[in-house]
Design a binder for this molecule. Structure first.
Ligand SMILES: Cc1cc2nc3c(=O)[nH]c(=O)nc-3n(C[C@H](O)[C@H](O)[C@H](O)COP(=O)(O)OP(=O)(O)OC[C@H]3O[C@@H](n4cnc5c(N)ncnc54)[C@H](O)[C@@H]3O)c2cc1C
Length: 467
């Protein structure tokens, strides 16, 4: 199952109709429903900001300044790009419309996936992806390496990415697919039987498993802010509350204006992913936006911590990952899916589905106190092919975006690789194509297909025991 399907399948399914009857119809949500629907609730809503709180704010740009590279957007992509450019000695200015980590990078499910699933994306690469795959093999633990190297305290734990299955057929399919990835990515994969799955998960519900030992989890909000802080230590300037408003040529350079200042730089890189503004309309038109949610619990009671995922591995279910699942360093469950189109703000309704699945998977948790702490939404950018977009729209104006649900690894990785190309002035020799963005046919296609059709169907399938 590829990552789009993963997202698509990330619905809470259990007892949907039954629960719909007993869960309250309309929970009082702290923000308007439209904000949940758009994946734009304040970042304070994200469980990843707890218990440490909101990270220090960066001051707005209030001057006219010069740089080698202007970066627009301080999520994982912009943060990694800034850090690696600054490390290479370039003068970098980052402009962020809100504050670092405000976008998907502060809102995601915390899984670090050491793998890309669709190998056909490499067909159009100049060398059929050979160099990229070499680099991916070398850096597929980059999230953990960066956290370690820069002393970022972000609960980055390489405890494995465990996929579990109920049926032998699903296990065989997954295992065969993993063999291809094992070869292509040099991935460390363990096939597990019932006893090993039970040892890692604490549950006997899934008799089969495939463990990618190099995967794991991270608090993406703290990781993003840690990368930004490291970039600043290496000389980058970062400005919050500084939305880029216009882009214009300034001789052979580029001027970006904000409300109270401007930056003139040789090159500009947009890292706006699924939250673009219309400065470069091509970045707005060339992906499919999809809103996703995540929910965190309060720290689990000691007994539940012993029962649920004692190995600390990140958990996914195959063939459909309905409850992508992490227990973080604070002993909280974080799980995620696609919100209902009709009640995206209804935290209890969504949490209720996950809780039913938790009780089914770990029956001894029934009667233990597992309480919701936070519920939030964010926006994902899907493409027609399962590889991030690297674009050049005008000479010196780039885009690095559209990370689907691989951002925790791919955004830092692609930021690092693009930084290398920019620093060496060799973007044309990067190990992936640098394209022109192409408008998608129907921007709402994936939202309609996944959120309005596939997810409700999957919920029904779960309810009647088909999946
Ligand atoms: C609920 C959810 C669950 C997910 N789960 C996972 C997961 O488990 N694992 C995983 O790897 N990935 C996951 N993802 C995907 C991952 O979060 C993204 O791929 C990644 O965060 C993208 O990072 P980014 O830096 O490209 O974009 P973002 O983090 O979205 O950053 C874009 C930034 O650009 C800024 N911006 C926009 N316009 C302007 C402007 N004009 N001027 C200045 N700034 C601007 C925005 O304010 C924003 O901060 C999930 C996403 C969501 C929403």
């Amino acid at each position: 199952m590829n990552r789009r399907e993963y997202l698509a399948g990330s619905a809470a399914l259990l007892a949907t109709t039954a629960m719909g009857g007993c869960a309250s119809r309309e929970q009082s949500a702290p923000y308007p429903g439209q904000m949940y629907d758009a994946g734009e609730v304040p970042i304070e809503a994200s469980g990843w900001t707890r218990p440490k709180g909101i990270q220090p704010a960066y001051a707005p740009l209030r001057a006219d300044v010069q740089a080698d590279v202007t970066i627009i957007g301080a999520g994982l992509a912009g943060a990694s790009l800034a850090l690696h450019l600054a490390e290479a000695g370039l003068r970098v200015i980052v402009l962020e419309a809100r504050q670092p980590g405000w976008g998907a990078s502060g809102r995601n499910a915390g899984h670090v996936l050491p793998v890309l699933k669709d190998l056909s994306v490499f067909d159009p690469f100049p060398d059929r992806g050979r160099r990229f795959l070499e680099l991916f093999r070398e850096h597929h633990a980059l999230t953990f390496d960066l956290a370690r190297k820069h002393g970022i305290e972000c609960d980055a734990v390489q405890a494995g990415y465990l996929n579990v299955m109920r049926g032998e057929g699903a296990f065989r399919t997954f295992s065969d697919e993993s063999s291809r990835l094992e070869k292509a990515f040099g991935l460390a994969v363990e096939r597990l039987g019932a006893a090993d799955v039970a040892r890692l998960t604490g549950s006997t519900y899934y008799p089969f498993g495939v463990l990618y030992t190099d995967g794991g989890r991270v608090n993406p909000y703290l990781f993003t802010n840690g990368l930004v802080a490291a970039a600043v230590r290496h000389g980058a300037a970062v400005h919050g509350e500084s939305a880029a408003l216009t882009l214009a040529a300034a001789g052979r350079r580029w001027r970006v204006t904000t409300a109270n200042g401007s930056v003139v730089a040789d090159r500009v890189v947009f890292c706006t992913n699924a939250y673009p503004t219309d400065i470069v309309p091509a970045f707005t038109d060339s992906f499919y936006p999809l809103t996703a949610y995540a929910v965190s619990t309060r720290p689990l009671p000691e007994k539940a911590r012993e029962l649920v995922m004692p190995s600390g591995a990140t958990l996914a279910q195959a063939p459909i990952d309905l409850n992508p699942f992490v227990v973080d360093g604070n002993g909280r469950i974080i799980t995620s899916s696609i919100p209902s189109a009709s009640r995206p703000q209804d935290a209890r309704w969504h949490f209720g589905h996950h809780l039913a699945w938790i009780h089914r998977t770990w029956p001894d948790t029934r009667g233990l106190s597992i309480e919701m702490e936070a519920y939030w939404t964010g926006r994902v950018a899907l493409r027609d092919r399962e590889f991030p977009g690297v674009f050049e729209v005008r000479p010196g104006v780039y885009g690095l975006m559209f990370f689907n649900a691989w951002g925790n690894l791919m955004a830092p990785l692609m930021g690092m690789l693009l930084a290398d190309g920019l620093a060496r002035d060799s973007v044309g020799r990067l190990p992936f194509p640098v394209d022109r963005p192409r408008p998608v046919d129907n921007r709402n296609k994936q939202d309609f297909m996944i959120r309005k059709l596939l997810i409700p169907a999957a919920r029904l399938g779960q309810r009647i025991g088909l999946i």
